[in-house]
Ligand binder design. Structure first.
Ligand code: FMN
Length: 228
């Protein structure tokens, strides 16, 4: 599959300008929240067995999600934004969690990460995955979470869709972002997985990640994940 790197939109450009200008030296204290205490999520059960997969690359530059960055501290542990949302989804649906990991280690400094992600996307370079789903046949509903990178999915997610055939399954993309929401990525996934049922999942702004629990619970209920 050839990947067309999209033209980044106004929101994406605004995000990048703000991210590059505002990020260095932000000294705001990390907000400590608890996975248990941020509020209840109504338990939800899907019709089939659920797997919640995610890719995340938390930035260790000393900024937290509440200041528009890429990590959440909960119960003394550091989570990438997307990982945090994935954990809430898994908890709420009773699903299993699966981290999509790459052998490639992306640079830590914010600006270097931004530049490397751009280079990788423009070159359509797909990183090698080091984690693999062993028992895909056991799952009916697969959530796939990622941060919006350059108005698209990170290339690791392209590697992920190269690896698996989700025919006959329900695929629910979810995203964390700095303003661009999914960009065109749900459409891209539907094109990559033509024989899957692709449903747009929750989109969570990086500033709202620590408080997204109730929104996720509502979204699940609206989609027919009912309490059982
Ligand atoms: C390389 C890179 C590119 C990004 N590009 C965008 C973008 O185009 N639009 C946007 O809304 N957010 C963008 N962001 C912000 C992230 O999507 C957002 O902070 C996300 O919550 C990070 O999730 P993570 O902690 O799970 O990695 C970008 C972040 C990085 C590191």
């Amino acid at each position: 599959m050839k990947r067309n790197y999209p033209i980044i939109g106004i929101v994406g450009l605004a995000f990048l300008a703000a991210a590059i200008v505002l990020n260095p030296g932000n000294t705001k204290a990390e907000e400590s929240i608890s996975l248990q205490t941020v509020g209840p999520v109504k338990a939800a059960k899907a019709e089939g067995k659920v797997l919640v997969t995610y890719f995340t690359w938390p930035e260790p530059d000393g900024v937290d999600a509440s200041s528009g960055a890429s990590r959440v501290v909960a119960d003394g542990k550091l989570y990438g934004n997307t990982e945090y949302v994935a954990r809430i989804l898994a908890e709420a649906t009773g699903g299993d969690l699966f981290a999509i990991e790459t052998s490639k280690k992306y640079p830590s400094p914010h600006r270097a990460l931004i530049d490397e992600a751009k280079r990788e996307g423009e070159a359509n370079r797909r990183p090698k995955l080091t984690t693999h789903i062993e028992n895909l046949k056991d799952y009916d509903v697969i959530f796939v979470g990622y941060p919006n990178w350059w108005a698209d999915m990170p290339m690791a997610i392209y590697s992920f869709f190269d690896e698996y055939d989700f025919s006959g399954k329900t695929v629910i993309p979810f995203v964390t972002h700095g303003g661009s929401r999914f960009s065109q990525s749900v459409k891209t996934i539907a094109e990559l997985e033509k024989n899957a049922r692709v449903i747009e999942g929750p989109s969570v702004s990086d500033r709202s990640v620590p408080e997204c629990r109730a929104m996720i619970g509502n979204w699940l209920q609206k989609q027919g994940f009912s309490n059982k």
